[in-house]
Ligand binder design. Structure first.
Ligand code: NAP
Ligand code: MG
Length: 500
């Protein structure tokens, strides 16, 4: 079995307690790796290393160009090992091999984009000379926060690590990253890559551990300047409370219940495939999944028929097989949770038109069939709560106002999609949905060059793009006096009334 240690201060070390945990392959239910379990003490060691690297190390003297080179080195190393790491991530997380291969390729490309953005970011701004109070010159400098605690979920293990490390490194911060214990392997392989390149020790520390001890240390330790978290809204609330104790800067990427609004004039063939991609990609375990489909009463039955027909063609099975379209969910607790929601939907009167159970031919592994509910009302639990599994809720609307009202009637606001041949009409609807990303005739299209994040309880702040980089930078204003002469300073008379 593979073994992983913690990566602290440029060294691979055991946890202080000597404890380990096993990461499980969700398709076979067998262990994939034995991993050192970071507890609070390990988190403190890692934070101290990141603090030293920021305050004393050579890192603070690097230029944006130097840091971009480091990101490109990581991208190159990932690219060279893409096939091997994709296979490992499939074993560790249950993502289909087509999904993990895509993630590896995209992840490396995203690092290149972040390197470019980091190198060209406007770190210094000259503001117009100011006369009141003044005269003065004013400059704004963007400076790294310092030590960033970063906590990521299990669904996109390597991509989430890249989204966190890339922008923080590009902008000159130091990092303690906590991968999710359900899928820590590729983050630990990334640590091996970091150990081989020109990255000073202590700049990145990677400590797989559990939320309540290792994670909470990152959110509370006074030596951490910022916490960046991706995960559920429930844990996000807790992180925000904990970070409040030392007024840490916080960015949160949380859950979603994204609407897909189908207009009557959509290309129904494209939209039916696109809606299913929106909800069933990675077994529905993506925060931006389009889990609520709004269809007008006029075309509802015809469109549902198309969805069912296409869903029948999806192959659920061994995620390492090229032909599998859906693999297992991450863990038994997750497949049980999804089954619980499927039961609750039926109890509340929604009707299953396809799926709804475990695939009969797969006795091992945490599989759930792709499932579609009709007769869903927006107030039902399955339409309001994040299921994080392959479950689509179809809701009927009378007119577009009705669709927009229901789409917005949720605590979440991460993403959404609009399907129509009329781009202008679709854009008008997109502007009315209260969410951070809206796709027109698409879903899931995230890029390192564009911002991603939530309205409402889907989060705070943005990741990726220039907006995402800004979240890792403080704003410092420097005022340089241009008066030069004490007697001319406007405050002189007000304090020293007697004059010179
Ligand atoms: P989760 O339970 O919130 O866990 C996310 C991470 O936080 C894990 O590393 C987890 O470690 C850690 N954690 C748990 N409790 C903690 C605590 N008290 N203090 C500090 N850290 C803690 O979420 P999940 O079940 O892993 O992932 C699914 C959720 O993430 C979904 O709701 C999904 O929408 C959301 N998500 C959002 C985005 C986005 O970009 N908006 C992306 C992906 C996923 P443990 O595993 O040890 O608990
Ligand atoms: Mg969890």
């Amino acid at each position: 079995m593979r073994k992983y240690q913690l990566y602290i201060d440029g060294q691979f070390v055991d946890s202080a307690s000597g404890e380990t945990f096993q990461s499980i392959n969700p398709a076979t239910e067998q262990p994939v790796a034995e991993v050192a379990r970071a507890n609070r003490e390990d988190a403190k060691r890692a934070i101290a290393a990141a603090r030293r690297a920021f305050d004393e190390g050579p890192w603070s003297r690097t230029t944006p160009a130097d840091r971009s080179k480091i990101l490109l080195q990581i991208a190159e190393a990932l690219g060279a090992r893409a096939a091997e790491l994709a296979a490992l991530e499939t074993e560790d997380s249950g993502g289909t091999i087509r999904k993990t291969m895509g993630d590896l390729t995209l992840g490396a490309m995203q690092l290149m984009t972040i390197a470019e953005l980091g190198a060209s970011f406007p770190y210094v701004e000259d503001l117009p000379d100011q006369m009141i109070p003044g005269p003065a010159k004013n400059n704004v400098y963007r400076e790294p926060f310092g030590v960033c605690g970063q906590i990521i979920p299990w669904n996109f293990p390597l991509v989430m690590a890249i989204w966190k490390l890339g922008p923080a490194l590009a902008t000159g911060n130091t990092i303690v990253l906590k991968p999710a214990p359900d899928s820590p392997c590729t983050a630990m392989e990334l640590a091996k890559i970091l150990a081989e390149i020109d990255l000073p020790k202590g700049v990145v520390n990677i400590i797989p551990g559990f939320g309540p001890d290792c994670g909470e240390e990152l959110a509370t330790n006074p030596m951490v300047d910022k916490v960046a978290f991706t995960g559920s809204t429930a844990v996000g609330r807790r992180i925000m409370q904990l970070a409040g104790g030392t007024v840490k800067k916080v960015t949160l990427e949380l859950g979603g219940k994204s609407p897909a609004i189908l207009c009557d004039d959509a290309d129904l063939d494209m939209a039916s495939a696109g809606v299913l991609f929106g909800v069933f990609f990675h077994q529905g375990q993506a925060c931006e999944s389009g889990t609520r489909l709004f269809v007008s009463e006029r075309i509802h039955d015809e469109f549902v028929e198309r969805l069912v027909k296409r869903t029948k063609t999806l192959r659920v099975g061994d995620p390492s097989a090229m032909e599998s379209d859906l693999g297992p969910l991450i863990a038994e607790r997750q497949s049980e949770r999804v089954e619980g929601y499927i039961q609750s939907g039926q109890e509340e009167g929604a009707k299953i038109v396809i799926g709804g159970g475990r695939p009969g031919n797969l006795p091992k592994g945490y599989y759930v069939e792709p499932t579609i509910f009709v007769d869903v009302r927006n107030e039902m639990k399955i339409a309001q709560e994040e299921i994080f599994g392959p479950v689509l809720c179809v809701l009927k609307y009378k007119d577009v106002d009705d669709a927009v009202r229901m789409a917005n009637d949720t605590i979440y606001g991460l993403a959404g999609s609009v399907w129509s041949k009329d781009n202008e009409k679709a854009l008008a609807i997109a502007r009315r949905i209260r969410a951070g990303t809206i796709w027109i005739n698409e879903h899931h299209m995230l890029s390192a060059a564009t911002p991603f994040g939530g309205y409402k309880q889907s989060g705070i702040g943005r990741e990726l793009g220039m907006h995402g980089l800004s979240e890792y930078l403080q704003i410092k204003h420097v005022y340089t006096d241009q008066v030069g002469d004490l007697a001319q300073k406007f405050w002189y008379q007000s304090l020293f009334g007697q004059g010179l």
